[in-house]
Design a binder for this molecule. Structure first.
Ligand SMILES: [Zn+2]
Length: 454
């Protein structure tokens, strides 16, 4: 690749100011936990609060959790609109598309009003559910409780409180300790997000403010924070140099979310990946579902300098193309030793053998064969027992793919965005039962290798 003078300058500065030892980027708190050597990782987590998202994001997340008989309830929660019994219920996908196409469907002007309205609505729903005489009532009450938790988390307004709720009530070490009567600690990979670049600057806390907060929380708790990048940020190189400066490193890794409107091989990101490879900075990318994506249509993206137009008629199809694991091949061909984790391992739909994405799994495993520092985490997919079982079946196979999976698969939850779909404690319990004695590789050994902390 031929770099611009700005990029050459960035690389030169990065070479002078960024250490190539990942251990120099961990906080004292993380160091202590590592030294005690009695811990497990959650390799894929989010602790952003209500000021890091907007009404549309919340509505989309909430709808993603709506299934079967609960869809009408969620539609009512999100839009304030009752479903009349003679109207056919929309699919989750149709609901999400409606919100992307016409956000006016959402009655709330900002997140604070959405949260108070939804809180009242959930109280009402809970009362109604309690008075129901059908077998559905019990499930519905559980479902409403999960949504209440999300509202409550977002209301807190700080990443620190979201993290605390996660660590105390939902994290994997609690499940493991309960099962084994142990006292393991938790190390969390907490991923930042840059929604503002892809979503027209509609988020109250700026990218810079969110980064500052995530870095600050990570100094006080056993967290490895990831810096969210987007090629459209004009101050990306400047902020990156600050984030990883060896005198006062703020971040440990880098987070990508291509579905927000770019390809991994965007020429503006290539100098960043060059530095990540040279300096042992791990990357986490979203490589799963399409719930959150750019609104652009058609989408114009950059692949190694070439402008590509994605103009499929439906939003999901367009977003899916940005999330394809093979879009990382041009990057990995340039930077073969890049430490990369494909978040969600291609996605729950792929692990449920859905035709749209099932091809991703053999592709990812073939890529792992090619690139030694390529990993994948199973986060989010925990909500599907079918996905967990298909994962287990491949993991325990004694073939090439099974062997690679044993060495390169990581455990993660995708807290809190998984909450609308998942009873996280039960789902993690199921995952531990299914993966049996390989759980230690997934929650510890493989994560340490990926992070280059061995
Ligand atoms: Zn995630």
């Amino acid at each position: 690749m031929k770099f611009t003078s700005e990029q050459i300058d960035f690389i030169a500065k990065a070479n002078q100011t960024i250490s190539d030892d990942p251990k120099s980027r961990i906080s004292q708190v993380v160091r202590d936990v590592l030294n005690e050597n009695n811990y497990v990782f959650d390799a894929h987590c989010h602790i952003f609060d209500g000021d890091c998202i907007n009404v549309k994001y919340l509505a989309t997340r909430m709808i993603a959790g709506a299934y079967g008989r609960f869809k009408a309830w969620i539609w009512r929660l999100v839009t304030g609109e009752q479903y009349s019994s003679n109207k056919s219920i929309l699919s989750t996908e149709q609901m999400i598309d409606l919100i992307y196409e016409d956000p006016k469907i959402l009655p709330d002007k900002d997140l604070a009003s959405a949260i108070s309205r939804m809180e009242k609505e959930l109280d009402l729903m809970e009362e109604e559910a309690k008075n129901m005489k059908s077998a559905m009532a019990f499930d519905l009450i559980e479902f409403i409780k999960r949504y209440k938790t999300i509202i409550w988390l977002l209301r807190s307004g700080s990443m620190e409180s979201v993290y605390k709720v996660f660590e105390t009530n939902y994290a994997i070490h609690q499940v493991i300790n309960y099962r084994t009567n142990g006292n393991k600690k938790l190390l969390t990979v907490a991923l930042g997000m840059d929604l503002n670049s892809g979503w027209e600057g509609s988020i109250p806390k700026t990218w810079e403010e969110q980064n500052k907060e995530l870095a600050a929380v990570s100094k006080n708790y056993p967290i490895l924070p990831y810096f969210p990048i987007d090629p459209r940020r004009t101050n990306l190189y400047y902020e990156f140099l600050k984030a990883f400066n060896e005198n006062n490193p703020q971040f440990f890794g880098v987070k990508c979310y291509p579905a927000l409107g770019y390809l991994p091989s965007d020429e503006r990101l290539m100098p960043i990946f060059q530095i990540c490879e040279e300096k042992n900075i791990p990357i986490m990318t979203h490589c799963g579902g399409e719930i959150i994506s750019t609104f652009e249509n058609p989408i114009k993206v950059n692949r190694l300098g070439e402008i590509i137009t994605i103009n499929d008629s439906n939003r999901k199809d367009r977003a899916r193309k940005l999330n394809e694991p093979k879009e990382w091949i041009p990057v990995l061909n340039q930077y073969k030793k890049l430490r990369l984790c494909l978040g969600h391992y291609g996605g729950g739909a792929a692990w449920e053998n859905k035709p749209s994405t099932a091809h991703r799994i053999p592709e990812i495993l073939d890529m792992m064969k090619q690139y030694n520092n390529l990993y994948a985490d199973f986060s989010f997919n925990l909500e599907s027992l079918t996905a967990i079982r298909n994962f287990r079946n491949k993991l325990f196979k004694d073939d090439d793919h099974g062997k690679l999976m044993k060495e390169r698969s990581l455990f993660g939850t995708d807290f809190w965005v998984i909450l609308p779909l998942s009873d996280l404690i039960t789902d993690q319990h199921n995952f531990i039962v299914e993966t049996d004695d390989l759980i230690n590789e997934l929650v510890k050994t493989n994560v340490l290798k990926y992070l280059s902390l061995v």
